[in-house]
Design a protein around this ligand. Structure first.
Ligand SMILES: [Zn+2]
Length: 107
């Protein structure tokens, strides 16, 4: 027992390092079809994805709203096993890439 304690101390404690960032987040980048605002919506890998039969591995259904004209958008997106979007349907708007989203942000 004493040996184990010594070992643990030597190894620098027992608490594992906290995971940095937001490892469960997958971001959907959207553009409002009414006012053109680009924004993003967080999808939680653990809570928002469901496994269903279809073009991809996981399906996510989300409602999203921009903060300019408050147009409600219905998003349905399929992800593959690597959380890449393989198919999507968006009402009143479109899915855009992270690059397009970043380009649309005021600097
Ligand atoms: Zn809008």
């Amino acid at each position: 027992m004493g040996l184990w304690d010594k070992l643990r101390k030597a190894l620098g404690g027992s608490a594992p390092a906290k995971t940095q960032g937001d490892p469960n987040a997958v971001w959907l980048y959207l553009r409002c079809g009414r006012c053109g605002t680009a924004y993003r919506v967080r999808v939680d890998r653990r809570n928002d994805l469901s496994r269903e039969d279809g073009p991809g591995e996981f399906l996510v259904r989300k409602q999203a709203m921009d903060n300019k004209c408050f147009q409600l958008m219905e998003v349905e997106a399929w992800f593959d096993a690597n959380y890449q979007i393989v198919s999507s349907e968006v009402s009143v708007g479109e899915l855009i890439t992270e690059e397009e989203y970043k380009a649309a942000q005021p600097s």
